[in-house]
Ligand binder design. Structure first.
Ligand SMILES: O=C(O)c1ccc(O)c(O)c1
Ligand SMILES: [Mg+2]
Length: 628
């Protein structure tokens, strides 16, 4: 299958769109009519630009309100089609895509539509062109691909074929089995789109919320399986109408599109054993078994402040880098790296962002294989100079210019602590009972949320939860979790369209997207809180009203209630599963730690998020948080 994309997916001028499409290694482009109409130049100039970049125009679309028109509109519609053929001649494009009629003037009837298409096919063929018919899911008479196919079949003309658009097919939940018996040479074009599950009319859903395969909830794989059964090997073209893509960077959205197709076709190959023409096999998705370390970039002052906080949280300095100004802080299975180098990546990161998390390291089964997969997916590999004898940990660029490292046992990378660090501070130490990294929460611009969702989901063996909407005092925040099936890795992506949410304010304070908080797991949150209090750690105060409400809602004993209240712990329950959360006050820049205890609980305490956000907002306006 040859990969293509419609100009309508991307932001910018037609020139910018075409350049982004070529840069993302597509071969074909669908010219959306509006992009041509608003282009200040002739169709021949567009054709030269497209050819010059090694691309091919696979269709001009959409041609609207064609079939089933009574006279006198019918004659006008054919005259309009002839004008489009003129334009296509200049464009060097031989396929006109017709979407089903939505006009109240149109008449129904498969035979009538088939006759119209037969005539259109005759006219197209005279000019060496073809036409293809797509059922819009909101078409007036034709909104089901099976009816569109029946029209095409009865039109019975070699220049008339079918368009299958996965959105229109899947949005209506149409049975897919009829696809399997459509002759592949009658499928002139396949358009691919996914979408989140939303309960809304088809037109609005399609025009604003489509997304790339893998970013949404539609059963795109089942659609591909049915298509595969036909032996189709024509153009597979992304056609996404999405408000965020329109506001995003054309170059990065085009790359996301290519990435989504690479993954989708690789998964098809894994299920079916072959794809025509053959697609390159990707190394498998990385199995991830946890966070190996979290790295902060600091300057000297920032280092002192951060180390004070880490000490308060019960971390001890466990290692000193053999050649760099870098220390390792440890508690349970948690490792925090404090990088105070005066040059190199972390230093530059600190200059731009202040004290901030510049890198995450994930434990995977095969670190070099993970980076190899990343490179095939057009992610950016990352390399920095390593000192003599030091380990070179494979990495890619992640969110906000940060680094994502991969450590495995297979190639011995898990020895990096011993190889790169001298042990430090072995004196007796109790800690605060923190055991592991429970989740890492990243804040980003709303427009890039789908990009990072695809980044993680295409690289790692993870699943995504449905998007949650959380109310912040300054607006609405969208929140989505990505997690391994066993919960050993949990990442939360947060974004908001309002400038006044904590999530957005974090972006402006940090000068970019990044990790806003890390949740650390304990097996006994009450003991941990006691320890933190003794160490002088400030915890986020929670209003009395919350506990008054919880008392009636959660069916807890008076004793339990009192313990939660006294420790400023937030609580949630799902059946017999329980969740306990407590927060540190924010450090300069808006970063904070969360401490959680899970008792068989799988979620993230979404009911408590508005309470926490309101408390944080109140503190932020009452007093300026102490800088690091
Ligand atoms: O939203 C539309 O009108 C529209 C146009 C062309 C398409 O191919 C499509 O799927 C939808
Ligand atoms: Mg379409």
């Amino acid at each position: 299958m040859r990969k293509a994309i419609a100009t309508v997916c991307l932001s910018g001028s037609l020139t910018e769109k075409i350049e982004a499409i070529a840069a993302a290694q597509f071969k074909g482009v669908e010219i959306f009519e509006n992009d041509l109409l608003s282009f200040n130049g002739t169709p021949a100039e567009v054709q030269r630009m497209i050819e010059g970049l090694g691309l091919q125009t696979i269709t001009l679309q959409p041609f609207r309100d064609f079939e089933g028109m009574p006279e006198p509109q019918r004659s006008k519609v054919f005259a309009r089609a002839e004008r489009k053929f003129d334009v296509m001649e200049e464009l060097g494009c031989d396929l006109l895509m017709v979407c089903s009629n939505v006009s109240p003037d149109s008449l129904g009837g498969i035979e009538r539509a088939a006759a119209d298409f037969h005539e259109l096919g005759e006219r197209a063929a005279k000019r060496g062109m073809r036409v293809a018919f797509e059922a819009l899911s909101w078409g007036r008479h034709i909104h089901d691909y099976r009816d569109a196919w029946e029209v095409v079949r009865r039109a019975n003309h070699p220049a008339v074929g079918l368009v299958l658009d996965s959105f229109h097919v899947l949005a209506r939940g149409t049975d897919l089995s009829a696809i399997r018996s459509i002759p592949s040479d009658k499928i002139f074009l396949v358009q691919m789109a996914d979408a989140p599950k939303l309960d809304m009319d088809y037109l609005s859903w399609s025009r604003h919320y489509r997304c790339f395969p893998g970013q949404g909830d539609l059963p795109v794989d089942a659609f591909m399986d049915a298509l595969h059964a036909t032996g189709f090997d024509g153009h597979l073209s992304l056609e996404i109408f999405n408000d965020r893509f329109r506001a995003g960077s054309a170059r990065s959205v085009a790359i996301d599109g290519q990435r989504s197709l690479i993954v989708m076709l690789d998964e098809l190959r894994r299920r079916k054993g072959d794809v025509s023409p053959a697609v390159e096999a990707l190394p498998p998705k990385a199995h991830c078994s946890g966070v190996e370390f979290v790295e902060f970039a600091v300057d000297e002052r920032g280092a002192a402040g951060l180390e004070r906080i880490l000490g308060g949280l019960g971390f001890r300095k466990a290692g000193i880098h053999r050649s760099k100004d870098v220390t390792r802080w440890r508690q349970g299975d948690i490792n925090i790296v404090v990088n105070a180098e005066k040059e190199g990546f972390a230093h530059s990161f600190n200059i731009t962002h202040g004290t901030a998390i510049c890198a995450l390291a994930l434990r995977v089964d095969d670190a070099p294989g993970t980076v190899e997969r990343a490179v095939t997916l057009l992610d950016q590999p990352f390399q920095q100079p390593v000192g003599p004898g030091e380990m070179n940990i494979p990495a890619v660029r992640g969110l906000g210019g940060s680094i994502l490292y991969f450590v495995d046992r297979k190639t011995g990378l898990d020895r990096h602590w011993d190889v790169d660090f001298e042990p430090a501070d072995t004196e007796d130490f109790t800690g605060a009972g923190l055991r592991s990294v429970d989740h890492v929460s990243q804040s980003m611009h709303y427009e890039e949320m789908l990009t990072w969702l695809l980044f993680y989901a295409s690289l790692l063996d993870v699943r995504k939860t449905p998007v949650q909407t959380v109310i912040d005092p300054g607006g609405v925040v969208q929140s989505q979790a990505i997690e391994t099936p066993d919960g050993s890795l949990r990442l939360i992506l947060n974004a908001s369209q309002s400038q006044r949410t904590l999530s957005s304010r974090f972006l402006s304070e940090l000068f970019g997207s990044g990790v806003q908080h890390i949740a650390l797991a304990t097996d006994d949150i009450f003991a941990t809180v006691e320890r933190l209090r003794a160490n002088g750690v400030d915890l986020l105060p929670i209003p009395e009203n919350y506990y008054d409400d919880l008392e009636v809602r959660a069916d807890l004993s008076a004793d339990d209630m009192e313990r939660l209240r006294a420790a400023s712990i937030l609580y949630d329950r799902e059946g017999a599963a329980e969740y306990f959360q407590v927060y540190t006050t924010t450090m300069g820049g808006g970063f904070f730690f969360e401490i959680v205890e899970r008792r068989s609980y799988k979620g993230y305490g979404a009911v408590n998020a508005p309470i926490r956000l309101a408390s944080q907002a109140r503190l932020a306006s009452d007093m300026l948080p102490p800088g690091l």
